[in-house]
Ligand binder design. Sequence first.
Ligand code: IPE
Ligand code: IPE
Ligand code: MG
Length: 261
Amino acid sequence: MALEDILNVVPAGSVEESLAKQIDYSRLPRHMAVIMDGNGRWAKERHLPRVEGHRAGIESVREIVEGSARLGIPVLTLFAFSVENWKRPVSEVSTLMMLLKRYLRLELNTLLRNNIRFRVIGRVEDLAPDVRAELVVGEEKTAGNTGMIFNIALNYGGRAEIVEAVRRLMTSGIHPADVDEERFSEHLYTAGQPDPDLLIRTSGEMRVSNFLLWQIAYAEIWVTDTLWPDFRKHHLLEAIVAYQKRDRRYGGITQPAVAGR
Ligand code: IPE
Ligand code: IPE
Ligand code: MG
């Protein structure tokens, strides 16, 4: 089903087609998380202002959101704005927020058509009222959808999320002896969702930058030098093909194909 969905939208004989055929659709990542990085460098290479990189990055967001839904990925999380990103110039921050609002307004129909559930994770309460209002519309209008969950991490910080979860636990009346990893996870923004199996970072940086710290404990990490505005469906397919070749041991040992020989 997912292969047919993808083949319908990729040109015959293309790289996408050959990658799509290499994927085992019964072993897709249950959750894919993406650190969209390199917009500024993309703009710099073209002697453009940084915000032009953010503008161009919207096209990549569109392609990856729709592509992931078609593939049958259950959860996709995109890191759009970190709690640390407020350190940037006010004009860059306000352009990012404006682009986000515009994206949501323009893409709402695509989200609905693809049965995508839109969710925001992060300290939404610190965002401007107009941005929050747009986010609420996106969440409410897609709440009844049953397909891919699309989390957007906005004003998100992994440590802040953990601290907030501790606070909520402490006021929930739960006895400390009853706190375990599962209970703890239920107090994170991603409660009820599987942990990321695959973490993608664009633009070559080998760090996690405070993203989903608890949830990525055993995620497979795939880093590409491609800058986010250049990231296309074939990169996504490439990441999934690479992910499916990884040997995930979770601290154990690889099971031999035929035991006892
Ligand atoms: C990622 O691109 C977008 C956000 C963090 C909002 P950057 O703006 O970080 O681009 P670089 O890393 O400076 O190239
Ligand atoms: C991570 O990118 C945050 C987002 C993608 C939103 P940054 O560009 O902010 O990360 P650092 O500063 O390179 O670690
Ligand atoms: Mg960056």
